[in-house]
Write a protein that binds this ligand. Structure first.
Ligand SMILES: Nc1ncnc2c1ncn2[C@@H]1O[C@H](COP(=O)(O)OP(=O)(O)OP(=O)(O)O)[C@@H](O)[C@H]1O
Ligand SMILES: O=C(O)C1=C[C@@H](O)[C@@H](O)[C@H](O)C1
Ligand SMILES: [Mg+2]
Length: 196
């Protein structure tokens, strides 16, 4: 299966998926492979705000972050031609889903076990212990599982292709995504058959 190029004026690929799926890591590997730039919307938000994502959540709340995130996604989709990694919750905002229409969207999936193991020691604000729907208190792992379940259908619906990252190295995933999207490094010769 290959995915049709959207246009020469659009990003090569937009990576979506849950926390720890590897959007930032695989995004760098894919951009390096293709010789294009990489943009991570979480990093762009941090640069604009002059604060970390965790600080923005703590100081201003999630809704402020989501509004800023939707604006940053719209801006980078309009200006960045390389690989873009979105934050894990970006596609839950309707405006972000609308702005992704017509782009090549790749969903990096991960099992809850593997994904949580990857992020358990990091500072993801939505994984702080606290109440989760129907429970008085939830551990970071409970919260990880509940949010992943809540979002899984949306990731699948928004994406053109989904690939499972569990137990697979970032470089292998980057190779696969480039092949399925039908994109190759700018310097690579076109596959136009054998010389006459
Ligand atoms: N395919 C993989 N195999 C093993 N470890 C991985 C893989 N992809 C990413 N990781 C590791 O998992 C951790 C989280 O990866 P990363 O930050 O890329 O996830 P993310 O999807 O961008 O998460 P977020 O939504 O929070 O930004 C990092 O420590 C990274 O090295
Ligand atoms: O899954 C989420 O909602 C988030 C994921 C991260 O990429 C950050 O955007 C932030 O921590 C929120
Ligand atoms: Mg990331």
């Amino acid at each position: 299966m290959t995915v049709e190029p959207v246009s020469d004026h659009a990003p090569v690929a937009v990576l979506i998926g849950f926390m720890g799926a590897g959007k930032s890591t695989v995004g760098v590997a894919l951009a390096d492979l293709l010789g294009v730039g990489f943009c991570d919307t979480d990093h762009e938000i941090e640069a604009r705000a002059g604060r970390s994502v965790a600080e923005i959540f703590a100081d201003e709340g999630e809704q402020f972050f989501r509004t800023m995130e939707a604006q940053v996604v719209a801006d980078v989709l309009a200006t960045h031609l390389g690989v873009i990694a979105l934050g894990g919750g970006a596609v839950m905002t309707p405006a972000v889903r609308a702005s992704l229409a017509g782009h090549r969207v790749v969903h990096l999936a991960v099992t809850p076990e593997a994904g949580f193991a990857r992020v358990r020691s990091s500072q993801r604000p939505l994984l702080r212990p606290g109440p989760v729907a129907g429970t008085a208190e939830a551990t970071p792992e409970d919260r990880y599982r509940a949010l992943l379940t809540e979002r899984a259908t949306t990731y699948h619906q928004v994406a053109d292709i989904t690939t499972d990252t569990t137990g697979r190295a970032p470089a292998v995933l980057a190779d696969e995504i480039a092949r399925v999207l039908g994109v190759r490094p700018a310097s690579a010769p076109r596959d136009e058959g054998l010389p006459q």
